[in-house]
Design a protein around this ligand. Sequence first.
Ligand code: PHE
Ligand code: FE
Length: 301
Amino acid sequence: MDTPVKGVNLGVAPVTYGTGDRPPRGDYGRARSDYTCEQDWSAYTAADHDTYRRLYARQTRQLPGLACDEFIAAVQQLGAPDRIPRFDDVSERLLKATGWQIVGVPGLIPEEAFFKLLSERRFPVTDWIRTPEEFHYVVEPDVFHDLFGHVPLLFDPMFADYMQAYGAGGLKASRLDACELLARLYWYTVEFGLIATPQGLRAYGAGILSSAGELRHSVTSPEPVRLGFDLERIMRSRYRIDTYQANYFVIESFGQLFEATAPDFTPIYRRVRETIAAQGEIEPGTVLAGERRFAPNPAAA
Ligand code: PHE
Ligand code: FE
């Protein structure tokens, strides 16, 4: 049997970290070799659009005081809140703002295909929407998570550059067998990042911003551990995909994030591997000696 080419669509679902026994639900047979597919907009039912409308309303109601200003300013760029947007319309606005585009995908795609798209300033958006039964929680990313959670910050020039750099860094990490370390950076920034603002902590991570309950929890609850952004600390930190996060990392600005991740990661991966070999990985919710916790944002509680 031939060895499958990594990251090229062969009509079967990809294997990814951290997923369970259930196979991904997307139909990979209709995707192109780069895993992108047409958004079949006319195939959405009235119930699909209604699910999107209710999700959008539920989330936008919660944004003031909890989401960062850059996100709030850009969210209306997604277009009419009462139906699933056409990806081409969003792309047109996004292209003008930061040179990014969004492309449809059938669901989760293999890492290398994902990295390649990001490195080309193309953000993959799952085109199906959750069922009404999954209104509050869906295991896999759907169009609401991908679009509402991720796309607004692609309108921010600095964050947009970070995402492209991440994609290029991912292609490099694939060659260095370091994808798992790099995935932790994505998780603790792009998905679950918090940012310190003059008005207190706010959320910028897509996993938080698209979640019914975690948005308020991450910003205001006294429970979770919130630590300052530290690249090597993050690369040692494991995460759970099925509960609210037990810890978050806080950046000062998107500029700080961009600069802290600009150096060549090759020696950093090596160092982190040595640290892990000597001291182990770090479990969620751990505070190490000398680490300072950020207080929750009481103003937003
Ligand atoms: N600087 C990283 C490298 O050399 C690439 C990267 C940039 C990774 C931004 C993540 C985020 O590998
Ligand atoms: Fe996501």
